[in-house]
Design a protein around this ligand. Structure first.
Ligand SMILES: [Zn+2]
Length: 258
């Protein structure tokens, strides 16, 4: 594999990550997704293009804004790096399990997996930084997954019973977290987490949905206990569960494919 291509795809991913940061913060602020120029997060001055080069701007100005020399959030380089890695993974590893060999699936299958990867990372970033599950991204993910599998079923590439199992896996995952949400009166589980579980459960489908959920709980428990031991959180404080659902889902996808 050409190293130049890998670097290009990494920065392409990092640029998508940079754009996702803007989309997520505008969604949280309730402002228009596409209108308005990017501004300095500290003083509000408009940014020039060379302030917005993913990762490089942050590195060159050493994490400070060029206009007012104040520290910028570490969330930017972390998110850009995550998206860069997603794209490199998709290019280097993903193509091993993109096995549909007939048109148009040779093209549609890689696009589907890159798209759902972007959506899940977006949901994870929003939950990790703001503690909210952004419902517009959940709806888009549901349409993305069911649209793809429905089209596969119509073309005969996917069994209709598999589509039924997908739906059942999503509903059971949703129901399990919704039950926890009700039992703990919203303290153990947020409002949006069951909907995210519907997405990850549908994507994994079948027994994999169970493994994904179990991984999420184990990761969440390890993380929570770690934070308490390090005295960073008290027992009564909650941590967002969305990131664990997403990471558990990604780990399960990797494990069941290899
Ligand atoms: Zn500034």
């Amino acid at each position: 594999m050409n190293i130049f291509l890998v670097i290009v795809i990494f920065f392409l991913g990092a640029s998508v990550g940079s754009f996702v940061n803007v989309l997520v913060s505008r969604s949280i602020a309730g402002s228009d997704w596409l209108r308005g120029r990017s501004q300095c997060e500290r003083c509000g001055k408009p940014l020039a293009w060379y302030d917005m080069i993913p990762l490089l701007s942050f590195a060159i100005y050493r994490g400070k804004s060029r206009c007012c020399k104040r520290s910028l959030s570490m969330a930017h380089p972390i998110v850009e790096g995550l998206f860069g890695m997603l794209f490199v993974w998709w290019l280097l590893v993903g193509f091993i399990f993109f096995q549909l060999a007939t048109a148009p699936w040779t093209i549609v299958q890689p696009i589907f997996w890159l798209g759902i990867g972007i959506l899940l990372l977006m949901i994870m970033v929003a939950d990790a930084t703001y503690g909210v599950i952004l419902m517009p991204f959940i709806y888009i993910s549901i349409i993305w997954i069911y649209g793809y599998r429905f089209a596969l079923a119509i073309s005969g590439t996917y069994q209709w019973t598999d589509l039924g199992i997908t739906l059942l896996s999503g509903v059971l995952s949703f129901g399990f977290l919704q039950a926890l949400h009700v039992i703990t009166k919203g303290r153990g589980m947020g409002d949006g987490d069951p909907y995210l579980a519907f997405v990850t459960g549908s994507l994994l489908s079948g027994i994999a949905a169970f493994w994904g959920m179990l991984s999420a709980f184990i990761l969440g428990a390890v993380w929570g206990i770690g934070l308490i031991l390090l005295s960073l959180k008290k027992m009564s404080q909650t941590i967002p569960f969305g990131p664990f659902l997403v990471i558990g889902c990604l780990i399960t996808l990797l494990v069941i494919r290899f």
